[in-house]
Design a binder for this molecule. Structure first.
Ligand code: GDP
Ligand code: IMO
Ligand code: MG
Length: 423
């Protein structure tokens, strides 16, 4: 069976921390989409680790961490991550397996990402500049290179053909760059990555399922950044939702079990695009400060606002969320009361449905206010205000909340009664 963890907002919901916590209950932890645009933070024994491509089960003994075919890999970034982990005595060679079908991010993909963003001017997406868009474009355009290609005799030829195409494209942009040093680092990293196991993934993952192994699929980004259902065009270039687990790992939908949706107790977004419940005032500033809301990949300040229930409801629908986990509940303690966006108002009407055009439509958030709960102590009864907040969310979203996270540490988590995860 494959259970899924994914973000329901615009990314950075705390997926990495939850995956690390739950990884102990699974045999394989698998990334199925995205690439090094992701930054998943884990705090283990007081040490902070940020993972970009390696799944967040890597610190757990005896677990396989699998990078699926739907992921795009930058060899330089992946190698840096591996070296960081090995310096921490994590036996990566024993724990990491890569699908041969995962597409490669070339140095010129990163340059194209930067050139494309610069050309967009004020309309830029706010990409992480990791080459994600251009790499997925080459994948769907049937020009991409894959991990399995690196050991083939015509790899260099294929690389040069694609590079030439990119160099021609770059002439249109008139973007300045220095390719040679990145190219050398890229080829050096490719050589070293040959020492890590690469598999024909369809048989690997399906055999694991037939053998009764339990798989935890780890989403990157969030549902509102999905290429089809997010706030297009201010999205990433992959499907981030539960449906992508099947195409990103090579498994049938009948294997999907729990779909665990992660949401912060408030809301953040990095980069451009619509964010109806954003607070562009001192309250938003306070959320950023208290929540330490700065990007794990780019260090950019995250935009902050109150939780957005119309968007969460939409995300629950498209993912088939079976249970919710609320993170960063501790941060709201800094406020006496906090808001919840229950409806959007536009064209003179209130609704809880998202409009087709979120970019140009002026959406006013309708907020209700709740009292905050003070300190949450593990092993003690939940504060009444928090219980009421959870009940409100469960009723609105018609989905059970199974856990509440109350700090960045691995064990700062409260499992609620009758959580299916306790089974
Ligand atoms: P991800 O991309 O979804 O894995 O999330 P990020 O790692 O980008 O961002 C989440 C941030 O919140 C990280 O710095 C985490 O260490 C931190 N975090 C996760 N859960 C909690 C929580 O419950 N409370 C607090 N205070 N911090 C948390
Ligand atoms: P995790 O997995 C937050 C955002 C970027 C930008 C848009 C497109 O850590 O939650 P891209 O580089 O994909 O072309 O950027 O998507 N973005 C993320 N925001 N968390 C992420 O990942 C993100 N990955 C991409 O900021 O607005
Ligand atoms: Mg992140």
């Amino acid at each position: 069976m494959v259970d899924v963890i994914l973000g329901l907002q615009w990314g950075d919901e705390g997926k990495g921390k939850i995956v690390d916590y739950l990884a102990d209950k699974y045999d394989i932890i698998a990334r199925f989409q995205g690439g090094p645009n992701a930054g998943h933070t884990l705090h283990i024994n007081g040490v902070k680790h940020v993972l970009h491509t390696v799944p967040s089960g890597i610190f757990r003994e005896g677990k396989i961490n699998y990078i699926g075919n739907g992921v795009v890999i930058d060899p330089i970034i992946l190698l840096k991550e591996i070296e960081h982990l090995e310096q921490q005595n994590v036996p990566v060679k024993e724990r990491l397996i890569i699908s041969k079908r995962a597409n490669l991010i070339l140095p010129t993909h990163k340059i194209l990402d930067a050139a494309s963003e610069a050309a967009k001017g004020t309309a830029k997406i706010g990409s992480t500049l990791k080459g994600i868009g251009p790499t997925y474009m080459d994948k769907t355009g049937r020009n991409g290179l894959r991990i399995g290609d690196i050991v083939q005799s015509d790899f260099l030829e294929k690389y040069n053909t694609l590079k030439e195409k990119h160099l021609q494209l770059l002439q249109i942009y008139q973007h300045e760059f220095d390719l040679a040093p990145i190219e050398k680092e890229w080829f050096d990293a490719i050589e070293k990555l040959k020492n890590y196991e690469q598999v024909e993934s369809v048989y690997f993952i399906n055999k694991a399922l037939q053998d009764g192994k339990k798989i935890l699929a780890e989403g990157a980004q969030g549902s509102m950044l999905d290429i089809d259902f997010g706030t297009y065009p201010f999205v990433t270039s992959s499907n981030t939702i539960s449906a992508a687990v099947c195409t990103g790992l090579g498994i049938s939908p009948k294997n999907i079990g729990e779909v665990i949706g992660i949401t912060k107790a408030y809301c953040t977004r990095v980069g451009g695009g619509p964010f109806p419940s954003e607070l562009e005032d001192e309250t938003g500033e306070k959320l950023r400060k208290e929540g330490a809301e700065f990007g794990a990949t780019t260090g950019r300040p995250r935009r902050c606002g109150w939780i957005d229930l119309p968007a969460l409801n939409y995300a629950c629908l498209i993912n088939g969320v079976t249970q919710l986990i609320i993170t960063k509940a501790d941060i709201l303690n800094a406020f006496d009361e906090f808001g919840i966006c229950t409806h959007y108002e536009f064209d003179g009407q209130q609704t809880n449905e998202l409009p087709y055009d979120m970019v140009n439509k002026k959406i006013a958030p309708v907020f209700s206010y709740f009292k905050s709960w003070g300190k949450i102590n593990k092993g003690q009864q939940l504060p009444e205000e928090l219980t009421q907040y959870i009940a409100y969310l469960e009723n609105y979203l018609k989905t059970k909340v199974s856990m509440v996270s109350n700090g960045p540490g691995r064990d700062e988590l409260i499992e609620l009664e009758d959580s299916p995860l306790l089974a």
